[in-house]
Design a binder for this molecule. Structure first.
Ligand code: FAD
Length: 437
């Protein structure tokens, strides 16, 4: 048998369910990755994001070469590329891991239909979530979902599968990663290297998570989101590492379950890609003022905590979760900017950008999503005082405030800094009127 293994968001050899299954068969395996042209155009982010992807693929390619194989890489539309490969390579099968995102699912369905038409076996495997979304009946709120998820998890095989020993890959005249990556604008990502994940998994103190996860000025969260997004480590490896130190009910595992909750919402309420989960919150009177949106993206809102968060996002391609919550509340409640605009802002810069998780969180933060609370709104000043009391986070990402006393920063008495673009107190009254009528 001759089969393609199509890598997508699972850029690893260890505990890769689809690859594991395929490598147990007597098969010639052709590992393929496609830089999806439409997806890359649509993402339109900094060149260092593509640079990170290229370095993650280099790592995968090196691993494959160590198994007597190599990665073949293409740039274009997956269904067109596979149509060509099926015609040229006398393929019997195409194996991959299942895509659960909106875009991934649409692309995968086209490839699946093509395979069916051409008589090529298509198989996709459950890999990127701990519990497949279809195994849990629909829940609209996280807590009841978590209870079902936790018991479903006990029935799942979450053991970590080893890397395949060797892969039998034919030498073909197909483009290598080096050849294809030349076609793409990319630059080295100095902030993130793909091998960080294994180190982090070994060194991270999961036990301290509860205590430090909200502290903006500490390296307290696991920072594994990037690795999870690209599949540099499997989600079962993350669970196993956490479980060595913690129980299933721990906050860390609950965060992993939040990720699965958004996929659950995507599965059972698929229209939420662009539409509010809560019907009563559709058609809110957003202001969407260009000057507000620009001030946020350019980190000059006059609220140092917001500006610091945006600078972190742009410099690192990552933002602390607490900062994401503060920014999302500020944009949607203080400025009354449509959550879809915020979603696109994060999409442009986040290295861990995941359309399902991002849309779910933006809707939640905008109080239009899967959340029973009628209105959540943060006061950015109080949030800064609570989670960055010494202003270490603010001073790191807004260096012009480095020498300013923290009390002045917290009270916004900053004559030589940007003036606040909105007054929080009156914005809160306005938001209540718009949201609650
Ligand atoms: C407005 C907004 C947008 C977001 N967009 C994204 C996104 O595009 N991609 C993304 O991966 N996360 C997103 N998040 C969730 C969360 O902020 C990040 O997963 C987290 O900050 C990543 O850092 P970490 O790996 O150190 O997380 P940790 O706190 O160490 O958590 C461990 C893991 O749990 C998962 N997780 C944690 N919090 C959440 C959450 N609220 N929802 C879903 N999963 C979670 C992540 O996989 C994370 O890596 C968003 C949150 C908000 C408020």
């Amino acid at each position: 048998m001759r089969a393609i293994f199509w890598f997508k968001r699972d850029l690893r050899l260890k505990d890769n369910h689809g690859l594991y299954e395929l490598s147990s068969l007597p098969a010639e395996i052709i590992p393929v990755f496609i830089f999806d042209k439409q997806l890359l155009n649509d993402l339109d982010g900094p060149a260092s994001r593509t640079g990170f992807l290229v370095s993650a693929l280099e790592r995968l390619d090196a691993g494959l070469r160590g198994k007597g194989s190599q990665l073949y890489c293409f740039y274009g539309q997956p269904e067109e590329i596979f149509a060509r490969l099926i015609a040229e390579l006398k393929l019997d099968a195409l194996y991959t891991n299942r895509s659960y995102s909106w875009t991934g699912d649409r692309v995968q369905k086209k490839v699946e239909a093509l395979c069916r038409k051409k008589g090529v076996e298509f198989r996709d495997f459950h890999d990127s979530l701990l519990v497949p979304p279809e195994k849990i009946e629909a829940r609209k709120v996280y807590s009841p979902f978590f209870r079902l998820w936790r018991s479903a998890l006990e029935r799942e095989d979450v053991s970590v599968k080893p890397e395949p020993e060797r892969l039998l890959t034919p030498r073909l005249k197909l483009p290598s990663l080096a050849e294809t990556s030349k076609l793409l604008a990319h630059e080295v990502n100095h902030h993130w290297r793909p091998d960080y994940a294994e180190r982090r998994l070994k060194q991270y103190n999961f036990r301290s998570y509860d205590e430090v996860r909200n502290k903006l000025d500490e390296d307290g969260t696991s920072r594994l989101s990037v690795a999870i997004r690209f599949g540099l480590v499997s989600i079962r490896e993350v669970l196993a590492a956490a479980r060595k130190q913690l129980k299933v009910e721990s906050q860390y595992v609950k965060e992993l379950a939040w990720r699965e909750f958004w996929y659950h919402v995507r599965h059972h309420f698929p229209w939420t890609e662009n539409l509010e989960f809560q019907e009563k919150r559709r058609g809110l009177r957003w202001l969407n003022r260009d000057e507000d949106i620009k001030a946020v993206e350019e980190a000059r809102t006059g609220y140092p905590i917001i500006d610091a968060a945006i600078n972190q996002l742009k410099q690192e391609g990552w933002m602390h979760n607490r900062a994401r919550l503060i920014v999302a509340s500020f944009l949607t409640k203080d400025l009354l900017v449509d959550w879809r605009i915020g979603e696109r802002l994060f999409k442009k810069y986040l290295l861990d950008y995941d359309e399902v998780v991002n849309a779910g969180n933006w809707q939640w933060s905008a109080s239009v999503g899967a959340d029973p609370r009628p209105l959540r709104m943060f006061n950015p000043q109080l949030q800064a005082q609570k989670y960055d009391p010494e202003c270490r986070y603010i001073k790191k990402y807004v260096p012009e405030l480095k020498k300013i006393d923290r009390r002045l920063i917290h009270s916004l008495e900053l004559p030589s800094y940007h003036q606040p673009i909105v007054d929080h107190r009156s914005a809160a009254i306005r938001a209540k009127r718009i949201y609650l009528g």
